[in-house]
Design a protein around this ligand. Structure first.
Ligand code: ADP
Ligand code: MG
Length: 702
């Protein structure tokens, strides 16, 4: 591929693992710190980023329509002269102006307005207005039209007006000016050979960008709003190339690293298998075999263990940790919440104490003295296994023998935290990483979030589970639900009662939890009721969980602190209040807290009317489906990939324009092309990834 255009300059063939792009909002010429701060919110950190900030849609301001010709419901631009303007008296304070052109009159109405608009609407002003006409009480009117004061005879714009994604405090007009400026001063070049582009029937990158930012009126709106247009295809191909190149580089970088080879010795691992009260499911055995093979290699494993709630991931993790231990090396398990970490600690202690192994416990709640003693023994390599919260990645923790790090509910952790864990190993060595998640990530998405990840799937639940019955119940029937809780507990079962999610206010959430607790304690005088929420001190929280695990407490009122991982097989009833407020993944996780024993379990979703469209769809999905993978797909459909599992926070660059499913044909092209580019023109590879990911590319490796 000798025709590839190598960019000028002396970029190194392999980019140094650049420091993550700091959100230092210092700006650049013409962009001060305050503006830079706002631009950072839309992921724009440089003029080059501005160029890739593409319109969501367009408005056609290249034409004027006479008022008499405007069709209702179709946005149009008219040029009018203001006849009069007034602010109506309270309580319905509105800015109302009358204006006309040669064909008729129109009322312009503003429910919210700024002094600036009042000034623009002074009688006698000439304005271009853009909006939709509708029939109002006083004849034709436009609500909140866009206004642009003009001089008589001012020429019309020659291209469609782009509408960009933006953020509070950053006006469309300002953003347009910035982007137009960046387009003028910071050229982009197309590194792909012309012949190749012609073969694919794609325009050059600069042309594609120009067309999308400033489409000439000859281009039909529907053509460029449909992202199948060749200009969009060219952009998407570039983005996919950047992704494929990063994935390949991440893979190569990992293969170049050393990890401790941990052959399966069938000593401790076999002891555990012999001692577990159950046999592994086929899926567990398969997943462990895949992991065991990776661990034996002297390149670091990077594997995601996906399995629906209750599929038995913990025990697979325990086996992997023992494979490290039977080689005399250390392994840790990190969990996102105190409750979950403690539960893992107990389970591992139960399983491993009989094998003569000690498990260390690290969390923020340990007393300083105990903690220091534990740290010293870990540092000396006297203890091989540790379980903890993010306390594990704090500074004083040293794990000289670290060979395997397991991260449970890994999506709850940021990329940086996973990186920090990896850094705990010996210099010159990378530990094997096993990530676990019950929030199934469709494979295509996994590929774009976590580059270069192998995936094992637990697609089978342990036997003897009875399916959970899901019920949707309107708020008015709360009494019935309380009776049901009572009956279940009298029969010896236990129940969770999850309080409504109140995202805006933690204080309010706490109050609701306390009130629910009071209400249930009063309604169920013969049953011991407990309460857990995030504000409780850790020892109180764990005492409360203990009491529930041991069956002393029959009903546990909880906020979402119990969302992940908690395992109390005797609990057979899960009640979720204001279920319509919860995300699908959350509902699925919560429901997964029951149905863990042999008893018939139920999940009762209490909802309040009116339901939003998305709320209704979520309840329908959770009611109809029990398979976590199907639910994840529904979740993705309802929410769109951008918000899926908070991936934005992970720092990993998402695909902004291309869609791995919809643009599958382009993905294939990009895959082949990426290989050629890396082989023949590494600097081109640098240029493409820098364009799309800037300094963030290295986060792909976490
Ligand atoms: P998750 O995948 O949600 O983390 P857990 O590891 O908490 O699931 O396992 C759920 C429950 O199933 C636990 O009580 C665990 O001991 C039990 N379990 C795990 N594997 C098996 C198995 N093969 N047969 C029976 N029970 C199992
Ligand atoms: Mg779990």
């Amino acid at each position: 591929m000798s025709e590839l255009v190598e960019p000028a300059g002396t970029a190194p063939a392999e980019p140094a693992p650049a420091a993550p792009k700091k959100p230092a909002h210092r700006g650049w010429p013409g962009v001060g710190p305050q503006l830079a701060e706002r631009l950072a919110k839309i992921d724009v950190f440089s003029p080059a980023d501005l160029i890739l900030h593409l319109p969501l849609r367009y408005e056609d301001e290249t034409r004027l329509t006479m008022l008499a010709d405007v069709r209702p419901g179709v946005p149009a631009q008219c040029e009018v002269e203001v006849l009069s303007c007034e602010v109506t008296p309270p309580p319905r304070r509105q800015l109302v102006a009358r204006a006309r052109d040669a064909s008729g009159e129109v009322m312009l109405r503003f429910v919210h307005f700024y002094p600036q608009q009042q000034k623009q609407l002074a009688a006698g002003s000439r304005l271009r207005i853009f909006g939709e006409l509708r029939d109002g009480f006083f004849g034709a009117e436009m609500i909140h039209p866009r206004l642009k004061p003009v001089a008589a005879g001012e020429p019309l714009p020659e291209s469609l007006t782009p509408v960009y994604p933006t953020t509070a405090g950053l006006a469309q007009s300002a953003l347009r000016k910035l982007i137009a400026g960046a387009m003028r001063h910071n050229g982009v070049r197309d590194e792909l050979p012309e012949a190749l582009r012609r073969n694919l029937n794609l325009p050059a990158l600069p042309e594609a960008l120009h067309l999308l930012h400033a489409p000439p009126p000859s281009v039909a709106l529907i053509d460029i709003e449909d992202r199948g247009h060749p200009a969009w295809q060219r952009i998407k191909l570039d983005e996919l190339l950047a992704q494929q190149i990063s994935l390949r580089r991440a893979y190569a970088a990992r293969r170049a690293k050393n990890a401790p080879g941990l052959p399966l010795r069938d000593t401790l691992t076999r002891d555990l298998l012999g001692q577990l009260p159950f046999a592994l499911t086929g899926a567990q055995a398969r997943a462990f075999a895949e992991i065991a093979r990776d661990l034996a290699s002297d390149h670091p494993m990077q594997r995601l263990l996906q399995g629906d709630v209750g599929s038995g991931k913990t025990c697979v993790a325990a086996l992997a940790m023992l494979q490290a231990a039977e080689n005399g090396r250390q392994a840790v398990l990190m969990a996102p919440t105190e409750i979950l970490a403690e539960q893992h600690f107990r389970k591992l202690t139960d399983w491993l104490t009989p094998l003569g192994l000690e498990v260390a416990w690290l969390s923020g709640s340990r007393k300083k003295k105990e903690r220091e003693a534990t740290l010293a023994r870990l540092a000396a390599g006297e203890i091989l296994l540790a379980v903890g919260t993010h306390a594990l990645i704090e500074d004083p923790v040293t794990l000289p023998g670290l060979a395997l790090a397991v991260v449970d509910e890994q999506h709850r952790f940021g990329v940086r935290q996973r990186l920090a864990l990896r850094e705990k190993g010996q210099a010159g060595e990378s530990p094997h990483m096993l990530m676990m998640s019950a929030t199934p990530i469709p494979r295509t998405l996994a590929m774009s979030y976590y580059a270069d990840l192998d995936v094992s799937v637990l697609d089978e639940l342990p036997p003897g589970r009875t399916p959970i019955v899901t019920k949707l119940v309107a708020e008015a029937r709360r009494e019935e639900v309380i009776r049901r809780v009572h009956d279940a507990c009298i029969e010896g079962r236990q129940a969770y009662w999850v309080c409504p999610l109140i995202e805006e206010s933690e204080a309010l959430q706490l109050k609701t939890a306390e009130e629910t607790y009071e209400m249930l304690s009063a309604a169920l005088p013969d049953l011991p009721v407990g309460l857990v929420h995030g504000r409780l001190k850790n020892d109180v929280k764990s005492a409360m969980m203990d009491a529930f695990v041991s069956g002393q407490l029959k009903v546990l009122v909880a906020t979402t602190v119990i969302e992940v991982g908690v395992d109390v097989p005797n609990a057979s009833l899960m009640v979720i209040e204001h279920a319509e407020r919860f995300g699908l993944a959350q509902l699925h996780q919560l429901r997964g807290r029951v149905g863990r024993g042999a008893h018939q379990s139920a999940c009762i979703l209490i909802f309040a009317q009116p339901l939003s469209q998305a709320g209704r769809e979520r309840l329908k999905a959770i009611y109809e489906h029990t398979d976590g993978f199907v639910i994840a797909r529904e979740d993705l459909r309802i929410r769109g990939p951008g918000e899926f599992i908070g991936a934005r926070q992970s720092g990993v660059p998402l695909l902004r324009y291309a869609d791995l499913e919809e643009d599958a044909a382009l993905v294939d092209i990009a895959r082949g092309l990426a290989e050629e580019i890396l082989r023949d023109a590494p600097r081109v590879a640098d240029a493409i990834t820098a364009r799309w990911f800037g300094g963030r590319a290295n986060l792909l490796k976490a």
